[in-house]
Design a protein around this ligand. Structure first.
Ligand SMILES: [Zn+2]
Length: 269
């Protein structure tokens, strides 16, 4: 028998698990596709959008519990359209939210090489081990559609990717674009679910430090969620340049410059 992608047990019957939670996608029948990585699109129909390597214990037990929590979290706070200046005040359970974000990313990306950090941590997602193999920082920002041309790109409210570019300034004002780099980080993942954009920063083993985490928190418009907190104020993480491209993450400065640029364009018209 094949082994389960989460618990790695070979003795249990394998069942079909939805890549993006069925309880969530079924509420948005107007969206037809989800994107796995940057290019691969899958139909969002409940029957197509499944993977068949999850045992029934994990699927109906731990993973189903994460879905009940996560689906409600998204429906409560991030299912309605938000305005650019709107701040969303959330209550959250850090451990459950983190595991849920990790498992959806793992579902989306497990056929890619970039999923190796997630694969190492599949047992954490189902509660079989207590800690992740290395420290993570979980950030959350809102998605607001500020695309200058409507309907140029398909709407992609369900998308998971790895290795985004974090832009330190705007292409509109600087010839050379500096990107955020940190050799202590193993990999970064981005997950969009409706109007929530999660950034999962996975540090290399024993290389996390609070100063660098704090510096990154100051750099990007997203809010750092932590195990010691259960409330947060979430601000917009998109702008006119990156709202259709999940792999482009704007720093606060880049976002500010993109916003100014758009105002200049609009005024010229
Ligand atoms: Zn399992």
């Amino acid at each position: 028998m094949k082994k389960c992608a989460f618990c790695e047990d070979v003795n249990n019957k394998l069942t079909a698990e939805h890549i993006f939670p069925f309880g969530l996608i079924s509420k948005f029948p107007e969206y037809k596709y989800a994107f796995l990585g940057e290019k691969k699109a899958v139909k969002l129909s409940p029957k197509k959008q499944v993977i068949k390597d999850v045992c029934q214990n994990c699927n109906n037990g731990a993973l189903s519990k994460l879905d009940s929590y996560g689906n409600k979290f998204i429906m409560d706070y991030f299912s309605r359209n938000l305005s650019p200046e709107q701040i969303v005040t959330i209550r959250y359970d850090y451990q459950i939210l983190l595991k849920w974000v990790m498992k959806i990313l793992f579902n989306s990306l497990r056929k890619n090489d970039s999923s190796s950090w997630l694969k190492k941590n599949s047992k954490y997602m189902i509660g079989k081990v207590e800690k992740t193999t290395s420290e993570v920082s979980l950030f959350l920002g809102t998605y607001v559609d500020l695309a200058p041309f409507q309907n140029m790109f398909p709407s992609l409210p369900f998308q998971g990717i790895s290795e985004p570019k974090i832009l330190l300034s705007s292409r509109a004002f600087h010839k050379e674009i500096l990107e955020y780099r940190n050799e202590n980080i193993e990999i970064i993942y981005v997950l969009r679910l409706c109007n929530a954009i999660f950034l999962l920063v996975c540090w290399k083993e024993n290389r996390w430090n609070s100063k660098e985490e704090e510096a990154l928190n100051g750099l990007i418009p997203h809010t750092l969620l932590t195990p010691n907190n259960n409330t947060g104020k979430i601000a917009r993480s998109t702008d006119s340049f990156n709202c259709e491209h999940l792999y482009l993450v704007s720093s606060k400065k880049a976002q500010f410059e993109h916003d100014i640029y758009m105002k200049m364009i609009v005024r010229k018209k």
